[in-house]
Design a binder for this molecule. Structure first.
Ligand code: ATP
Ligand code: MG
Length: 450
């Protein structure tokens, strides 16, 4: 694509920390590059290279094989390798985290209780790459520890360190690869998926923690039981970490005043140009996340990001499922990502959104309309329903329950974070609330058995 680009100009940044080098907290992975490769028939099929990798790991991490029998490699992320292992000392430890085990033991007869004691218990061992900074590893483990009793969040069982190698041990959660089922999901199944995801987000957000990397491979979902767990708190942070005042927290009047007295306002009627000597400070903000899932305020370097960034990312997952396109967004950088969002929501919305965070959005790409396109239209396009019905000659429409899903999607993909729906509200939204009705008395809900 010709490099017709959008520009983002800070209006004025006296309230932003001085730092010449733009902070590169872009710790993203590509949604296609990374895992989702969990292998469930892992006991049988172990590739030779994986077996060698496991052997190397066992050699380097002295004592690991006394406690765990490593079975297979189940995930390879940007920051870690995850192995499935059998917990050899399960019965010697307090396993209060294992709710399923408690439940099955509670109802088991004495003889089957004995059998239960002998059955293998699996864990996921997350070997965090040694190149990760100690602070970052500590952050992930500390947040996981804080979230240990949170609904639908994969709890941390324990962690070990051997020299510079740290491993986190989590319960192994059987799930299916998103790419195997997202194309076939029906609306009732979407309600259940998102009920589970928002249950997790509600508990994480209640603790004022931002996950920052909501995407399908970090939400391990088991369609058979309509249950999922949130994993990967490697980029998570507490709300308020490193906050600096952003225009989005000002009153609309203050914001208008600030804009009308900005450097940008003074040069607005001059032909587009760049200052020879840029004296304004560059803006620093945490942009960690995965490309395609970042909320507009993350792309616009808002310096007061909050838990609502995760709700946008959840919206991208819903858009992916409704449109049957994965990845839905596929930008190479933040400006391209903003342009992708502009294609949908239009120039006017993006200008307003940028101003909200003290940024000016300009683009010379003529094909972007002011109003953008409706999400309904985009979903119809993506699912091959954009032409007229041959029989009736009428325009094809979304089904009623899809329309409801789209209304909900608008609440998630709301460009203004202050207006975006919260996880708690989402669980009470008719689209999700209906999941409870659907799950009562409907046993055709399974997609495919895990
Ligand atoms: N508890 C678990 N049970 C089963 N599989 C898991 C578990 N935890 C992680 N995995 C698998 O390992 C993959 C990578 O895990 P995780 O996301 O925690 O690592 P990461 O290196 O931070 O990933 P990325 O950078 O790709 O987001 C997951 O997508 C999943 O397939
Ligand atoms: Mg991950």
């Amino acid at each position: 694509m010709a490099k017709a680009r959008a520009q983002l100009l800070a209006i004025h940044q006296d309230d932003i920390r001085e730092d010449d080098a733009e902070q590169t907290l872009d710790e993203s992975g590509d949604p296609l590059e990374e895992s989702g490769r969990t292998v469930d028939s892992s006991d049988e099929e172990v590739e030779e290279s994986v077996a060698e990798d496991i052997a190397r790991f066992e050699d380097s991490f002295v004592g690991i094989n006394k406690r765990y029998r490593l079975i297979n490699r189940i995930g390879e992320g940007t920051f870690s390798t995850v192995y499935k292992a059998e917990d050899l000392e399960y019965n010697n430890f307090d396993n209060r985290w294992d709710i399923d085990e408690h439940e099955s033991r509670k109802w088991a007869s004495p003889s089957s209780r004995k059998r239960l004691l002998k059955r293998p218990h699996y864990v996921a061992i997350k070997k965090i790459y040694v190149t990760s900074s100690p602070m970052r590893i500590f952050n992930e483990l500390e947040l996981l520890y804080d979230l240990k009793h949170s609904d639908s969040v994969c709890p941390l069982i324990t962690a070990f360190r051997h020299h510079d190698q740290v491993v986190a041990v989590l319960p192994y959660f059987q799930h299916r690869d998103f790419r195997d089922y997202y194309r076939d999901m029906k609306i009732p199944e979407m309600r259940l998926y998102f009920r589970s995801l928002f249950t997790a987000l509600r508990s994480v957000h209640a603790k004022k923690i931002l996950h920052r990397d909501i995407k399908p491979t970090n939400f391990l979902y088991n369609p058979q039981y309509s249950r999922g767990v949130l994993v990967d708190f490697g980029l998570a942070e507490r709300e308020g970490t490193d906050w600096h005042p952003c225009a989005c927290t000002q009153t609309p009047e203050d914001r208008r005043y600030r804009i009308s007295h900005s450097h940008y306002a003074q040069i607005q009627h001059q032909p587009p140009s760049y200052p020879k000597n840029e004296t304004r400070n560059s803006r620093r903000a945490n942009r960690a996340g995965t490309r395609g899932f970042r909320a507009p305020e993350v792309l616009l370097k808002c310096t007061q990001q909050n838990t609502s960034i995760d709700m946008w990312s959840a919206g991208v997952i819903l858009l992916t499922i409704l449109s049957r396109r994965f990845p839905f967004f596929h930008s190479t950088d933040d400006i391209d990502a903003l342009l992708e969002i502009t294609t949908i929501f239009g120039r006017k919305k993006l200008k307003e959104t940028s101003l909200l965070h003290g940024q000016v959005f300009e683009t010379n790409i003529p094909s972007y309309s002011d109003g953008g396109h409706s999400l309904e239209k985009i979903i119809l396009w993506c699912t091959g329903r954009s032409s007229k019905d041959e029989g009736t000659g009428l325009k094809k429409e979304l089904e009623d329950d899809e329309k409801e899903a789209v209304q909900f999607l608008y609440r998630l993909m709301e460009c203004d974070p202050t207006k975006r729906i919260t996880a708690d509200e989402a669980l009470r939204h008719p689209f999700i609330a209906r999941a409870f009705e659907d799950s009562e008395g409907d046993d055709d809900m399974d997609l495919v058995g895990v």
